[in-house]
Design a protein around this ligand. Structure first.
Ligand code: C2E
Ligand code: CA
Ligand code: CA
Length: 908
């Protein structure tokens, strides 16, 4: 706000005041003028009335004088007996008499008539006297005079005519008629000092008094204004009756005004000016004060804006403006409150800012195009040198391979396709090491920008990578494991479908390998497996996969095969690979294997069946006597493989007849050795086949659609058995397979069952492999959340053999991780120990408990306990047992432990 642009309020108000003052003065002047005119009129009216009264009286008085003069003249004429004289003598005598007679001057003329009315003596204008005499005669003796006007000797006059009776002696009685002229002389005598008199008759001024100005001829007595040119004008009728159409006396006299108009205007002007000056001064002062206060307020506000950090300035300014109880003070107080509030928020924000700056995660704000609006200081720590990022696209700092993913993430948020999103991206730094970031972004409420945090997850990522690699590869041979194989199989089939290639899958099982293990020990067995894996690998194309299925079983996957013959060739080549002996530790071994192959699309079109067919072909090959090759299609021609078909048929019956039983294996606290619970494991005994391992019949039951029934049986039996152990505080762990999880009303049923056996869901742990927990993620997650909400504990079985990144598991309501038996086996190797340590560490950081299974000796147990594993399970503590066996085992252990004060891990 520059001073030049300011149009000060006080000046504006002053201008307004001046203008209104002027208008007010003009208006008052006008009004006063009108009022003054009215006053003058009234004054003139009164004066005119006085004047008329005066002249009426004066005229009457004059007529009386004339009348008297007429009577005196009659007396003298009668005394001198002019009537008795002979007419000739009489005339001469009369003439002499009147010539000598001073009285006669009163009149302009006279006429004497005899008894018959005939004039016998006339002086002056005869015609006029004649007329007056006639009119007096006709009006009778009551009227002493009449007003006559007419010509006489070429001049026009107005006369008063009087008459008296005249005794003429013996001749009887005649009349004396006298005329007095209303002329200049008369008017001069009549006029008062200052007055000017005009005689008006026959439409013009006939005579004036001494000094009277000419009046002009067009005078209309009826409409004559009362005042004219400072003169008063009054009209007096001359005829005794007073009619306005007869001769008139017009009186003009200077109107001696009380106050002149100029004086009046001057007075008004002066008074107004004085008033205006007072107003100007008074109002100006108070306005000045108002403006000063407003200025103070503006000063305060400016001080607040500019010197925000010095809150000692503005309150002082505001205090000056708010001293009174008016609107300005009110405004000032509100302003004060606003500033205080802004100040408070500023402090608050600064505090938040400080907190943010201390976080390891960088907090950032992006615009909807991905440009950085702000970022906290942690960014500099993350990148080593992140200066100058504000205003730049964040993508410029990312690895080129990740910018597209980042752009998509930002677009998804900006276009409201997502509310929030998370991504893992690499930083693009000069140093060769990849740095991984986790970026979590959410759209701001109004969608104007994106806010989020960014953190370094490189360590995390590397650990995961390591685990994932181990999870997908066999530790011993380095070959892909089952999980990776299944994935590659899926891919191969998908490609095969598209390109119409064949895909072959072969199961390889070493002949009599158990003997090697038993006689030469595991170590040699392991070395032999590694050597064999290398040998086989040499005979495969780079696109082929050789995987370790477990133990002495391998699987080979041959994608992009053109003919069945080609498959046969490769199979034979592999088989021939073992013809030469294998050397291990200076010993030569002659190893043979049996293999079964199945081919897509010839034998089946899905991966489960391909595995199953290849397995059956292998089984069949073994049954044919070892060291043989079998293709499923050949076998199918000859008739089906026997044993597993047999088992399959038996399985349905066994389940129906409830011949599959439960065994229970204890889980113990790694540190106290106390039994924490049991895991229920299914067992199947067939008189002809002996014990059939669950690893065989459980997948079969899944494939045959029997798992649901089998699972229910295991579950109900377990609840029934565990009921007796409730008092001992045991928990129950049961295994769930994929299909069970997706049964309708699964959670409700479990809850019902648990309640029916008087158990709390918190006592029950449901174990499932990570592939089950993460499969079909959306739906499984929903189910898991449901189970968790119902109170059940969830455990990830065989952890480490799946793909799962821990960050995914983190979002699941999981309670514990069961470290796979394969990891426990390798605890005595440094790498194996490190791996377990990593898993335990991460599980702890995510709040999961850990269980180790397959603990076969005391050393392993104590090592696992030292690493922080919570629960242990394995033959070292107890093999899977029937319920009765388990009872006995527990009582025995309990009795032995009772005298002491707790059981150690090596308690057995
Ligand atoms: P699992 O859930 O990982 O069970 C642990 C396996 O390790 C059991 O094999 C158990 O006998 C074995 N084991 C326990 N301690 C040791 C030890 O110290 N050393 C060795 N070498 N092995 C030990 P099992 O009973 O053969 O079960 C195999 C798999 O079959 C189970 O693996 C589980 O996935 C599945 N299974 C068993 N019972 C059921 C069931 O009722 N329902 C479902 N869905 N699956 C089941
Ligand atoms: Ca289990
Ligand atoms: Ca397991």
């Amino acid at each position: 706000m520059s001073a030049a642009a300011l149009d000060p309020l006080a000046d504006r108000l002053r201008r307004l005041l001046a203008l209104t003052g002027l208008l007010a003065v003009l208006a008052t002047g006008g009004l006063a003028w009108l009022a003054w005119d009215y006053v003058l009129d009234a004054y003139a009216e009164r004066l005119a009335e006085q004047t008329r009264t005066h002249y009426r009286a004066k005229l009457a008085q004059q007529r009386l004088i004339w009348n008297k003069a007429g009577h005196r003249l009659r007396s003298e004429i009668e005394f001198l007996r002019f009537g008795e004289m002979p007419p000739a003598q009489r005339r001469a005598r009369l003439l002499a008499f009147f010539t000598a007679q001073g009285e006669y001057r009163e009149f302009e003329g006279l006429m004497l008539t005899d008894a018959g009315g005939m004039p016998f003596f006339t002086l002056g204008c005869q015609a006029m006297l004649q007329e007056g005499g006639d009119r007096l005669q006709s009006t009778g003796p009551d009227l002493p005079d009449v007003l006559v006007q007419g010509h006489c000797q070429d001049s026009q006059y107005v006369y008063y005519v009087f008459h008296t009776p005249l005794w003429l002696g013996p001749q009887g009685q005649g009349l004396g008629i006298y005329a007095a002229a209303l002329d200049h002389g008369f008017l001069t005598r009549l006029a008062r000092k200052m007055d000017h008199l005009y005689l008006y008759a026959d439409g013009r001024i006939q005579a004036t008094s001494e000094g009277a100005a000419r009046m002009g001829n067009s005078v209309d007595a009826a409409t004559m204004p009362l005042r004219r040119g400072g003169m008063l004008q009054a009209v007096v009728p001359l005829a005794p009756g007073g009619a306005l159409d007869g001769p008139l006396l017009i009186v003009r006299r200077p109107l001696d005004p009380l106050l002149s108009t100029a004086d009046l205007l001057m007075g008004i002007g002066v008074v107004s000016l004085v008033l205006l000056a007072i107003l100007w001064w008074g109002l100006g002062r108070s306005l000045g004060r108002v403006v000063q206060r407003l200025n103070d307020m503006a000063h305060g506000a400016r001080a607040f804006l500019v010197d925000f950090r010095r809150p000692d300035q503005w309150p002082e300014w505001l205090a000056r403006a708010t001293g009174q109880r008016d609107e300005i003070s009110q405004l000032g107080k509100i302003l004060d409150q606003l500033m205080n509030e802004a100040e408070r928020r500023h402090q608050e924000q600064a505090a938040y800012q400080q907190t943010l700056e201390q976080m390891e995660e960088a907090v950032l704000e992006l615009d909807t195009a991905g440009r950085v609006l702000r970022v906290s200081r942690a960014w500099n720590v993350l990148t080593g040198n992140g200066e100058g990022i504000v205003g730049q696209p964040l993508a410029a700092w990312l690895h080129p391979d990740d910018t597209a993913a980042f752009a998509e993430l930002v677009a998804a948020l900006a276009q409201h396709r997502k509310e929030q999103a998370t991504a893992r991206l690499r930083l693009h730094l000069d140093d060769a090491q990849a740095r991984w970031l986790e970026l979590r972004l959410a759209r701001a409420p109004q969608g104007e920008c994106l806010r989020g945090v960014i953190r370094d997850v490189t360590q995390h990522y590397k650990q995961e990578q390591r685990i994932t690699h181990m999870a997908l590869h066999d530790a011993l041979t380095g070959l892909p494991n089952r999980v990776l194989l299944e994935d590659r199989l899926k891919v191969a089939l998908r490609l095969g479908r598209r390109s119409e290639h064949k895909v072959a899958l072969g199961f390889i099982d070493l002949d009599h390998f158990k003997n090697v293990n038993d006689s030469l020990g595991h170590k040699t067995g392991d070395a032999l497996l590694v050597a064999l894996a290398q040998r086989l690998r040499q005979h495969l194309r780079s696109g082929d996969t050789l995987a370790r299925w477990g133990g002495d079983e391998f699987v080979v996957l041959l994608p992009e095969m053109h003919t069945l013959e080609a498959v046969r060739e490769v199979a034979q080549k592999l088989h021939a690979a073992t013809e030469a002996p294998i050397r291990v530790d200076d010993t030569e071994f002659n190893i043979t294997f049996s293999a079964g192959f199945a081919v897509y699309p010839d034998d089946t079109d899905n991966e489960d069946m391909l595995l199953s067919h290849a397995d059956r072909a292998m089984f069949y090959a073994k049954a044919q006597g070892r060291n043989t090759l079998q293709l499923f299609c050949d076998m199918a021609k000859k008739g089906l493989g026997k044993k597993d078909v047999y088992i399959q048929q038996r399985l349905a019956t066994a389940i129906r007849e409830k011949r599959i039983v439960n065994h229970y294996q204890p889980l113990v606290n790694a540190h106290t050795g106390q039994v924490r619970g049991v895991e229920a494991l299914a067992r199947w005994f067939e008189p002809e086949l002996g014990w059939i391992p669950p690893a065989t019949f459980i997948p079969m039951a899944e494939n045959l659609g029997l798992i649901r029934e089998l699972g229910e049986q295991v579950w109900h039996r377990a609840l029934h058995d565990v009921r007796h152990w409730k008092a001992r505080g045991f928990g129950l762990s049961v295994n769930l397979s994929k299909r069970q999880l997706f049964m309708p009303y699964f959670t409700d049923k479990l809850l019902e069952d648990v309640a029916a056996h008087g158990l709390e869901p918190e006592r029950v742990t449901l174990e499932m492999t990570e592939s089950v927990a993460l499969l079909d993620v959306e739906y499984a997650a929903e189910r898991l959340k449901e189970l968790h909400a119902a109170g059940f504990l969830l455990s990830i079985d065989d952890f480490g053999t799946g793909y799962s990144s821990l960050s995914l598991l983190h979002e699941m309501p999981v309670h514990e991780l069961k470290i796979d038996i394969a990891f426990v086996r390798r605890i005595h190797q440094p790498q194996g120990a490190r791996l377990i340590q990593t898993i335990v560490g991460m599980a702890q950081s995510l709040g999961f408990k850990t269980v180790a299974e397959g603990v076969e000796d005391g050393q392993t147990a104590s090592q696992l306990a030292d690493m922080g594993v919570d629960l242990l399970q394995g033959w070292h503590f107890g093999r899977p047992m029937t319920a009765q066996e388990f009872d006995a085992w527990w009582l025995d252990r309990h009795d032995r432990a009772a005298p002491g004060d707790g059981e150690g891990v090596q308690g057995r």
